[in-house]
Design a protein around this ligand. Structure first.
Ligand code: ZN
Length: 413
């Protein structure tokens, strides 16, 4: 039995229990109560308490890419599966040391590590993965547009490049065969791809998108789409996509459809922030990259504000690539808390998005995301008052204790 004492922030968004306690037994949460109401504890119980500490559900990031290791697509050409595996293990360790006990991977081969995690060969946060991204030729996932198509098909790529309904179905089924939990497609261009315009291009035909949605629903899941330009967001929503990633150019029509179809928006403020800082301070950056980044940056906050006012379900993801030089290694994943505060959300709203809402996005809302009796024992203990400010969580040194599935996986008490 593990007993945590401190300020309990349960993830539901309400006020904390100031002198609260959480009892964990095996891999479940047994009790959440005031310290005054604690039952008599057995001598074997391990009790953890830090002065001015907050007890939270394990954090969840809803948009990562494990094992890429670089923000430059051409670096991936020289990567091997062995190297990617090692980078993914490092990324997952950094993420967990920052307080995350689960993540949604939206495109990488980390899906292939799920059996190793299940067998106890590696220790990492819970993996919920889309497998490889599905993009169109010339789309955002066509990473090597500086190479000929023939040459690019011979090297490692983050994506399946598909044309037509049959190829779309085939790519979905390969991902499922590899253990994917959802499907990730790209219905617009993106900031880092040189052949498209993030704010304008729309990708995939309706038939192709509908085929992906049907395949995902057949496996009891949903489609997430990289969707930045307005037209590609609209098409995705009209064809049944449930999770809009980035969502730079929303309008009232998209917002209405998101509410009607019960969709999630997962903004990715941190990667845009690090990109902006990087491109502003670096000489010789390609003009299209700088221009797309700065334009998208502003649009991103405007759309987020619209979604917030309308009551769209909003999750949280850093969209980091594991590149320390670029400022987006996973030990900085909690930068998303800071960016959400900058966007105007309160600390309790931000914690709720990173726990309860993100657990729902992982289709695990009944088991994870809040501190409630009977849920899985994914809990963290953080120095500082997270109900007043998110600043403490942005330093991994303040994450004193991380418990996943009832086991202590980080302890710097
Ligand atoms: Zn991404």
């Amino acid at each position: 039995m593990i007993v945590l004492k401190g300020r309990v922030i349960d993830g539901n968004g309400g006020m904390p229990i100031e002198k609260g306690a959480v009892i964990l037994e095996d891999n479940k949460i047994r009790t959440v109560c005031r310290q005054a109401d604690l039952p008599e504890l057995p001598e074997s119980a391990k009790v953890y308490e830090i002065e001015d500490g907050s007890i939270l559900p394990g954090l969840i990031d809803a948009h990562v890419h494990m094992g890429w290791g670089s923000a430059t697509a051409l670096d991936w050409v020289s990567s091997t599966p062995q190297m990617q595996t090692c980078i993914a293990l490092r990324d997952m360790q950094q993420l967990r040391d920052s307080g995350y006990t689960a993540f949604r991977d939206l495109g990488s081969d980390v899906v292939l590590l799920k059996p190793a995690a299940a067998a106890g060969l590696i220790s990492c946060p819970r993996i919920f993965s889309a497998g490889r991204i599905i993009s169109q030729i010339g789309g955002h996932g066509d990473s090597y547009q500086k190479l000929t198509l023939e040459a690019s098909e011979k090297v490692y790529t983050i994506s399946y490049l598909v044309t037509g309904v049959d190829e779309m179905r085939r790519a979905c089924r390969i991902n499922m065969r590899n253990g994917a939990d959802l499907i990730k497609i790209m219905t617009t261009g993106g900031v880092f791809s040189n052949g498209d315009k993030a704010g304008e291009h729309s990708h995939f035909s309706r038939d192709e998108i509908r085929a992906a949605v049907e395949e995902a629903e057949n496996m009891g899941s949903y489609v997430s789409s990289h969707a930045q330009a307005n037209r590609g967001i609209r098409t995705a929503l009209e064809c049944g996509v449930k999770s809009i990633e980035h969502g730079f150019y929303l309008d009232d029509y998209c917002i209405d459809l998101m509410i009607k179809n019960d969709c999630w928006l997962v903004p990715t403020l941190s990667i845009m922030h690090t990109s902006k800082l990087y491109f502003e301070n670096k000489e010789g950056v390609l003009p299209y990259l700088k221009e797309k980044t700065l334009k998208s940056y502003e649009a991103h906050y405007r759309s987020l504000e619209m979604a917030r006012k309308a009551g769209v379900k909003i999750g949280m993801g850093c969209d980091f690539l594991g590149d320390a030089d670029f400022g987006c290694s996973y030990d900085k994943a909690t930068m998303e808390f800071e960016r959400m505060a900058y966007a105007g959300f309160t600390p309790l709203e931000i914690v709720r998005m990173a726990t309860k809402v993100n657990a729902e996005i992982l289709l695990m809302g009944d088991q994870l995301g809040t501190l409630e009796e009977g849920k899985l024992a994914d809990v963290i203990l953080v120095k500082g008052d997270l109900s007043q400010s998110v600043a403490p969580i942005t330093d991994p040194n303040n994450v004193k204790l991380v418990i996943q599935d009832g086991k202590i996986v980080k302890n710097i008490m």
